[in-house]
Design a protein around this ligand. Structure first.
Ligand SMILES: *[C@@H]1O[C@H](CO)[C@@H](O)[C@H](O)[C@H]1NC(C)=O
Ligand SMILES: *[C@@H]1O[C@H](CO)[C@@H](O)[C@H](O)[C@H]1NC(C)=O
Ligand SMILES: *[C@@H]1O[C@H](CO)[C@@H](O)[C@H](O)[C@H]1NC(C)=O
Ligand SMILES: *[C@@H]1O[C@H](CO)[C@@H](O)[C@H](O)[C@H]1NC(C)=O
Ligand SMILES: *[C@@H]1O[C@H](CO)[C@@H](O)[C@H](O)[C@H]1NC(C)=O
Ligand SMILES: *[C@@H]1O[C@H](CO)[C@@H](O)[C@H](O)[C@H]1NC(C)=O
Ligand SMILES: *[C@@H]1O[C@H](CO)[C@@H](O)[C@H](O)[C@H]1NC(C)=O
Length: 389
C-alpha cells in the first residue's frame, strides 16, 4: 500500500516535468497539453532560487528557437522575493500566444539561463493542437411540419483533427453535454440519447422542439493518468428551432383611461426576441407605451389605442417568424352613463311636453270659461285703457 503511494508520487513528479539541476515548474502542470486551434496558448514557467544574476534568467524555447515577443506572442517575466525565505527569488516567465496553429503543437522547453548550450535547469511541456468540426442543425425550420418525422434521429459527430489515431502517447474518450439556460447536463444512454464512444457520435432519437439547444462534446484525455488528465470542450453544436408562440393573452375589452397589459411567450433556439405591432405598425417606446419583450403595457388608454395588436417572435436565424394577434376594444368611460342620461333627457323632454300641453289645456279651459265675459263687453277694456290715457 505504502509502496504503491510512493510509486504514484514519484510517477507524478517525474511526469509533471522532467527537470535537471535546479527545479523549474511549468503551468499548466501537464506533460501533454491540448489546445484548440485558434485559441490562446498560455504557458508559465516558475523558478524559486537564489537572487538574480544573468544566468538565472528564464527563457522559453520552441524547438531550438527562443521565444521572444512579437505580434502574436507576449513574453513577460516577473521576479518577486520569496516571502518564506528572503534569500530566494520567485521568477515567473509567462508566454501568451494568440491564434494557435497546428505548427505550435510542439514540445516547449523552459530553461534557467539564456543559452541552450549553457543552462542550470530545464522543464518541458508538450503542446498538442486540435481542431473541432462543429456543425449547426435545424430541427424545426420554417414551421412545425418540418419537424423530423417520428423514428428519425439527429446525429452529432464530434470530429476533430490534430489527433493522430496511431499515436499511443495519449488516450481519449468522449462525453456529451447539453447546455440550456446556463445549466450543464451530461448526457447518458437513454431512450432519447445513444452515445457511441468508438466514433464519438451522439444520436438524438425523435428530435422535438425541446431538444433544440447547445450541445458540446468533451474530449477526456488520459483518463487514467492524473498527471496528464485534461478535459477539452468542443465548440457548440447548435441545434436550432424556429420561433414559436407558446402562450398569449386573449382579446381584451377595456375602458378609457385603463391600463392595457398584453403578454406573449415564445420558444425557439436561439431564444427569440419579441416585438410588438399595432395594426401592422411597429410600436415604439413612449412615456405611455412600454413594449418590453414578453410584456406590452399601455397606460391611460384612449380611443385610438383600440385595434389589432400583434406579438412577433424572431431570432434572426431563419427568415421565419411566429406571431399572435390580440384584439383590443376601448369603450368610453361614460359609456354606461349615456343610456341613463338618454333616459333622463327623454323623461325631461316628456315632462316638458306634458307641462306645456297641460298649461295649454288649462289656458284653453280658462279662456273658454272667461270667453263669455270677454265677449260681453269687449269694448270695455279698450275703452278703459283709452280712458286711462
Ligand atoms: C496565463 O496563466 C497564468 C498562470 O496560470 C495566469 O495568471 C494568467 O492570468 C493567464 N493569462 C491569460 C491571458 O490567460
Ligand atoms: C552560449 O554558451 C556557450 C558556452 O558557455 C558560449 O560559448 C556561447 O557564446 C553562448 N552563446 C550565447 C549566444 O550567449
Ligand atoms: C466526421 O468524420 C467522418 C469520417 O471522417 C465523416 O464522414 C463525417 O462527414 C464528418 N462529420 C462532420 C460533421 O464533419
Ligand atoms: C450506449 O449504447 C450503445 C448501444 O447500445 C452502446 O454501443 C454504447 O457503448 C453505449 N454507450 C455508453 C456510454 O454506455
Ligand atoms: C457509430 O457507431 C455505431 C455503432 O458502431 C453505428 O451504429 C453508427 O451508425 C455510427 N455512426 C456514424 C455516424 O458513423
Ligand atoms: C416606430 O419607429 C419606426 C422606426 O423609427 C417607424 O418606422 C414606425 O412608424 C414607428 N411606429 C409608430 C407607431 O410610430
Ligand atoms: C431568407 O430570405 C432571403 C431574402 O429574402 C433569402 O435570400 C434567403 O435564402 C432566406 N433564407 C432562408 C433560410 O430561407
Amino acid at each position: 500500500m505504502i509502496k504503491m503511494r510512493w510509486f504514484r508520487i514519484l510517477f507524478t513528479l517525474s511526469s509533471l516535468a522532467y527537470s535537471l539541476g535546479e527545479e523549474l515548474t511549468i503551468f499548466p502542470a501537464l506533460k501533454q497539453y491540448w489546445v484548440i486551434k485558434g485559441s490562446t496558448l498560455n504557458l508559465t514557467c516558475r523558478h524559486n532560487g537564489t537572487p538574480a544574476t544573468q544566468e538565472h534568467t528564464l527563457s522559453f524555447w520552441k524547438s531550438n528557437t527562443q521565444i521572444s515577443s512579437g505580434s502574436d506572442v507576449k513574453v513577460n517575466i516577473f521576479a518577486v522575493p520569496d516571502t518564506q525565505d528572503i534569500t530566494r527569488t520567485i521568477r515567473t516567465l509567462v508566454i501568451t500566444k494568440s491564434d494557435v496553429q497546428f505548427s505550435d503543437g510542439v514540445p516547449y522547453k523552459c530553461i534557467l539561463g539564456q543559452n541552450m548550450s549553457n543552462f542550470k535547469g530545464e522543464a518541458q511541456i508538450e503542446v498538442r493542437v486540435l481542431e473541432f468540426q462543429s456543425a449547426e442543425y435545424n430541427i424545426a425550420a420554417e414551421n412545425e411540419k418540418n419537424l423530423m418525422p417520428v423514428g428519425k434521429k439527429l446525429i452529432l459527430e464530434c470530429n476533430a483533427s490534430g489527433m493522430n489515431p496511431s499515436d499511443t502517447s495519449f488516450t481519449v474518450t468522449t462525453k456529451w453535454l447539453k447546455v440550456s439556460e446556463g445549466n450543464k447536463q451530461f448526457l447518458e444512454n437513454s431512450t432519447k440519447y445513444t452515445i457511441f464512444t468508438e466514433n464519438r457520435t451522439l444520436e438524438i432519437l425523435n428530435p422535438v422542439r425541446e431538444d433544440a439547444g447547445e450541445y458540446r462534446c468533451v474530449f477526456v484525455f488520459n483518463k487514467e493518468d492524473k498527471a496528464s488528465y485534461q478535459e477539452v470542450y468542443s465548440q457548440p453544436f447548435n441545434v436550432k428551432a424556429a420561433p414559436k408562440i407558446e402562450t398569449h393573452d386573449k382579446n381584451k375589452n377595456l375602458v378609457q383611461e385603463d391600463t392595457l397589459e398584453l403578454r406573449c411567450t415564445a420558444s425557439g433556439f436561439p431564444k427569440p426576441t419579441i416585438t410588438w405591432k399595432k395594426d401592422g405598425q411597429a410600436l415604439n417606446q413612449t412615456e405611455r407605451i412600454h413594449p418590453k419583450e414578453e410584456r406590452l403595457v399601455i397606460y391611460n388608454l384612449g380611443f385610438d389605442d383600440k385595434g389589432e395588436y400583434q406579438c412577433i417572435a424572431s431570432h434572426g436565424e431563419f427568415n421565419d417568424t411566429a406571431s399572435a394577434t390580440m384584439l383590443v376594444r376601448v369603450k368610453d368611460k361614460l359609456a354606461a352613463l349615456w343610456p341613463f342620461l338618454g333616459i333622463v333627457a327623454e323623461v325631461i323632454v316628456l315632462c316638458i311636453i306634458i307641462f306645456i300641453y297641460e298649461k295649454k289645456r288649462s289656458k284653453q279651459l280658462e279662456s273658454e270659461e272667461d270667453a263669455p265675459d270677454a265677449q260681453d263687453n269687449p269694448g270695455d277694456n279698450r275703452a278703459g285703457v283709452r280712458r286711462r290715457n
